[in-house]
Design a protein around this ligand. Structure first.
Ligand SMILES: Cc1ncc(COP(=O)(O)O)c(C=O)c1O
Length: 503
């Protein structure tokens, strides 16, 4: 197969290959069930890296145009996408997955009134929340909306992939690179390129989950007493990390568009923080994804005040649609560190995350990592590598996203059926959570206790605010099976109606 490539073009090579094959399929030159050249053969004839061909085939697979058959290679599927899909213009390097038509998209009503939070004492207690969530796994008859992870799927795939990954077990006897396996870093660089972030493998550091990246960066950037800006609410694990470092946290309210930038500017000027921690895509807990404009303005403000930025993109792989390029993509000065993970898209137990560092501090962070634990488990890195190389990663993402979109819609419908009309919620375009703002009269502790008595566990919104300050809210995982969601939301709705009735 001849594929003309323009190596000067802005469009990445793997997308040029994808477009050409796309064209050949839809003009009938590649009929259903015909076989594509092997990855090695196409890499040779087109003079590109095998990873590039894998990327191209994986995208075609995620689009439903080709199918990998175990041990036999890639084949054109028998049922192509409708022609509208073929006319779709894909000028950007960012790919949307799992698209399916939405007859009546639910709308968000999130619009909290909120002050900046400046805690004076430590209250957030992530370690005990984490331990409590471990306990809930011993009660399978409970409905756990507090879970921070997607549901387990395709375990048989994992077992097969793990067996294949063990082919390189002999290398596990050697000390590993503290920065992480080079092939895996190259694969991650390819994934980031699709998100619009051009980064080299040299700038990537693989860590034990993204939590280790976040913790190492906190120690790199903050000394006890330094100020750090977070969104309020934000990921409660990070609030505890900052507290343990004895940093002074400033919680800037989260609006429906992201962190309130007017307040950010004001507090950069008045408090001169060292660091901003932001979750720009599918923010935890609200699920909000900020616009390009918001990203550019946040970066401009950070640069104006010489403030470093940690951009935590843990949930990006679970976005239903194309997301804007990360803040890091606009960063010319190296002031942003981008943090990602495979915990949400694959599984948390592998503990594989990473950070992209382009500033001068990279070597110091690598040394910090080395002194912590040498490197991430070679076995875990090998499994993730195999997932990415075999195309299973993309297939899995497409599957999760289809399921999540349906389950998100299901939860929204349940909320409309059972929650008081004064409750409002976000409708995220991906991830695993809905963020529900409850009427001000509701106190969370009695609500959570009453729900737990009826075997429904919820994430109390208080934990996501510095000093547990903020409006009453719940973070609910929408990825549970529909019957569990319906039952759990009905239980919560009844408790809320009772509580409001007693006022
Ligand atoms: C926003 C965010 N960042 C980072 C993490 C840490 O995840 P991991 O260490 O498993 O990559 C989590 C975990 O829930 C999270 O929600």
């Amino acid at each position: 197969m001849k594929i003309p490539l323009d190596r000067q073009a802005k469009q990445p090579i793997y997308l040029q290959i994808r477009d050409r094959i796309h064209h050949l399929i839809h003009t009938g030159h590649l009929p259903p069930n015909s076989q594509l050249p092997s990855i090695r053969a196409l890499a040779q004839t087109t003079q590109v890296n095998k990873l590039t061909v894998i990327e191209a085939y994986s995208v075609l697979e995620a689009d439903g145009l080709v199918q990998a058959r175990q041990g036999a290679g890639y084949f054109i599927t028998s049922g192509h996408l409708p022609s509208s899909a073929t006319q779709r213009k894909e000028q950007s390097a960012v790919i949307a997955f799992g698209q399916h038509p939405q007859p009546d998209p639910p709308t968000a009503t999130f619009n909290p009134a909120q002050q900046v939070i400046l805690p004076t004492q430590d209250i957030n207690d992530f370690p005990s929340i984490y331990s409590a969530s471990l306990g809930s796994h011993n009660h399978p008859d409970y409905i756990d909306f507090g879970l921070g992870f997607p549901q387990p799927i395709a375990l048989a795939d994992l077992q097969r992939i793990a067996r294949r990954a063990m082919k390189e077990a002999a290398t596990f006897y050697h000390p590993g690179d503290p920065q992480g396996n080079l092939d895996l870093r190259r694969q991650i660089a390819q994934i980031l390129l699709q998100q619009g972030l051009e980064i080299t493998a040299e700038n990537l550091i693989i860590t034990n989950g993204s939590m280790q990246s976040l913790s190492l960066l906190t120690h790199q950037y903050l000394m006890p007493g330094d100020r750090v800006i977070v969104e309020a609410p934000t990921y409660h694990g990070m609030l505890s990390v900052f507290q343990q470092r004895q940093a002074q946290i400033i919680g800037i309210p989260m609006t429906a568009d992201g962190m309130n930038l007017a307040l950010l500017a004001q507090y950069l000027e008045s408090h001169r923080p060292k660091l901003i921690y932001t979750i720009s895509t599918l923010h935890n807990p609200t699920g909000i994804t900020t616009s390009i404009e918001h990203r550019r303005r946040l970066l401009a403000l950070a640069e104006e005040y010489s403030c470093s930025v940690i951009e935590d993109n843990a949930y990006e792989p679970l976005s239903f649609d194309t997301t804007p390029p990360p803040i890091k993509a606009f960063d010319q000065s190296g002031s942003v560190v981008y943090v990602g993970t495979f915990s949400k898209a694959l599984m948390p137990g592998l503990r594989v995350g990473y950070m992209a560092v382009t500033g001068d501090e990279r070597q110091a962070i690598v040394e910090r990592k080395l002194l912590h634990d040498f490197h991430v488990s070679a076995a875990s890195q090998a499994i993730v590598k195999e997932y990415l190389a075999s195309g299973h990663y993309r297939r899995r993402l497409a599957q999760i996203k289809r399921m999540h979109r349906d389950r998100r819609d299901y939860m929204v419908q349940s909320l409309i059926r059972h929650f008081p009309p004064s409750a409002t919620w976000t409708v995220p375009e991906g991830g695993t959570f809905l963020w529900i703002q409850l009427p001000n009269a509701i106190t969370l502790q009695p609500l959570c206790h009453a729900a737990a008595k009826r075997k429904v566990l919820v994430g109390s919104g208080a934990a996501f605010f510095p000093k547990n300050q903020g409006y009453p809210a719940l973070r609910l995982n929408f990825s549970l099976p529909p019957e569990k969601t319906e039952h759990g939301i009905r239980v919560l709705g009844n408790i809320l109606h009772d509580m409001l009735g007693q006022l």
